[in-house]
Design a protein around this ligand. Structure first.
Ligand SMILES: [Zn+2]
Length: 439
């Protein structure tokens, strides 16, 4: 690596910490699929990248769905007979079931209990619950706190509003040499939950900021949207642009200590599936590849049969597979700068594969060209300065028949992609190879 990039390396060292600090700043905000918390989150993302914000009115039809009423909340509590807050929204926004309708009443404990949710197996954690499409109300609390509730009657207040308003989402489009796009999508609708929601937001924000400073073959589109209804709304309003999406990743759960997990696109053998698999295989770390399933995050919508976009999801531990998932234990201790940085670097590696994965033609296909007279033979055994060796040259020459991309060659030869890319560039310089229009 050239000396000029020393600063770049230092920036990369800091990136995990910067992402973590951004998560810390966003953590207290009470987000939902609409409302002030979602807008405030997008505003804070806008301080790093110039987001284009869209507001879609309540009642707008988006395919089979309708944009819901806008939900906002100011305060909520349960008070005992002594007037003490035994459950307090100001202490954790997870205490209120998201989209709870406004309530002000007194209830006997037996009746109140039908609106309370706890976790028996983790009595010191608060669960996270939502009720977007059914108008009801509820509180989530630690089971140990429920056991302490002995009064006959409680005062309940949810100072919320559920009115006609808007669904808000943010978008950042970075044009490249080509109109074809790489889509990076993350959900922005969960309240104080770090791995599920904030880690993906931080990764997408810092990745976008970095890519904006780099030369780009592809155009990039970053979406910061409320889960499910956000991607449905975006797809419904941008159907004419979806043909440009050539590769995509849903960023979620990228800050926990677990190994990297890739969930393939519905197509299963798309270039993004091959690129991510290649990067993980050469990461030197444990990893898992999962087949597509119609569950999870917004990949469900991008991979619906009417779109069938090549969008996978690169995570660490997938949603639902860790006990902290959708609980107050998915907090600032559960994610780390180190895991965030590792995920960020894997996303960047995948992008480097996509950006450089081209197909070439061997211009001297009848028998091997004489590498010695072109100064390429001495590379036997590898050369640190050039980043390739003689075997990689031979593989590139042999498979560059216009039908194998560099990623295909890397996979077939067992070499890491960058070695094959460097070998191809060296062969191009010696006029032994030229780019083909593709397989
Ligand atoms: Zn979730």
């Amino acid at each position: 690596m050239a000396e000029a990039s020393t600063k770049h390396v230092m920036d990369r060292e800091k990136i995990g910490q910067q992402m973590y600090e951004f998560i810390r700043a966003l953590y207290p905000i009470c987000r939902s699929i609409t409302g002030a918390g979602l807008r405030e989150t997008l505003k804070q993302i806008s301080e790093h990248i110039p987001l284009q914000i869209s507001e879609v009115a309540t009642g707008t039809e988006v395919f089979d769905w309708t944009v819901p009423k806008e939900w906002n909340i100011r305060d909520a509590y349960i008070k005992n007979l002594a007037g003490e807050r035994v459950v307090d929204f100001r202490k954790s926004n997870l205490h209120v079931v998201s989209y709870s309708v406004p309530v002000r009443t007194r209830l006997p404990l037996s009746e109140l209990k039908t609106h309370l949710f706890t976790l028996l197996d983790h009595p010191d954690w608060i669960p996270y619950r939502t009720s977007y499409y059914q108008e009801t109300w509820g509180f989530c609390l630690r089971h140990q706190d429920l056991l302490r509730m002995k009064d006959e009657q409680y005062e309940v207040c949810i100072d919320s509003s559920l009115d006609a308003g808007h669904l808000t989402y943010g978008e950042y489009h970075l044009p490249g040499e080509e109109e074809s796009e790489v889509l990076i999508s993350c959900h922005t609708c969960h309240p104080s939950l770090c791995n599920d929601n904030l880690s993906g937001i931080a990764l997408a924000t810092f990745l976008a900021r970095h890519l904006s400073t780099q030369p780009r073959r592809y155009s990039y589109r970053f979406l910061f949207i409320p889960g499910t209804i956000g991607s449905i709304t975006w797809l419904s309003r941008n159907e004419d642009k979806t043909h440009r999406i050539k590769h995509g990743l849903v960023a979620a759960c990228v800050g926990d200590p677990g190994k990297s997990t890739y969930k393939k696109s519905r197509q299963g053998d798309a270039e993004i599936d091959k690129a991510v698999t290649h990067v993980l295989k050469h990461s030197g770390q444990d990893y898992e590849i999962m087949d597509f399933s119609p569950y999870g995050y917004d990949e469900r919508q991008y991979n619906s049969p009417g779109f069938n976009l090549p969008v996978g999801s690169l995570m660490r531990t997938p949603n639902g597979r860790y006990p902290e998932y959708h609980t107050s234990a998915d907090n600032l201790d559960f994610v780390s700068a180190e895991s965030l940085k590792d995920s960020y670097q894997k996303y960047l590696s995948v992008i480097q594969v996509l950006e450089n994965n081209r197909t070439y033609i061997n211009l001297n296909p009848k028998c091997e060209p004489q590498l010695g007279k072109r100064g390429l033979y001495r590379l036997m055994g590898g050369d640190r300065d050039t980043g390739f060796d003689q075997m990689s040259l031979l593989w590139v020459l042999n498979l560059s028949d216009g039908r194998h991309s560099l990623l295909d060659i890397a996979e077939r030869s067992g070499y890491e992609f960058s070695v094959i890319k460097n070998a191809a560039h060296a062969l191009c310089e010696k006029a032994l190879l030229k780019e083909s229009s593709g397989p």
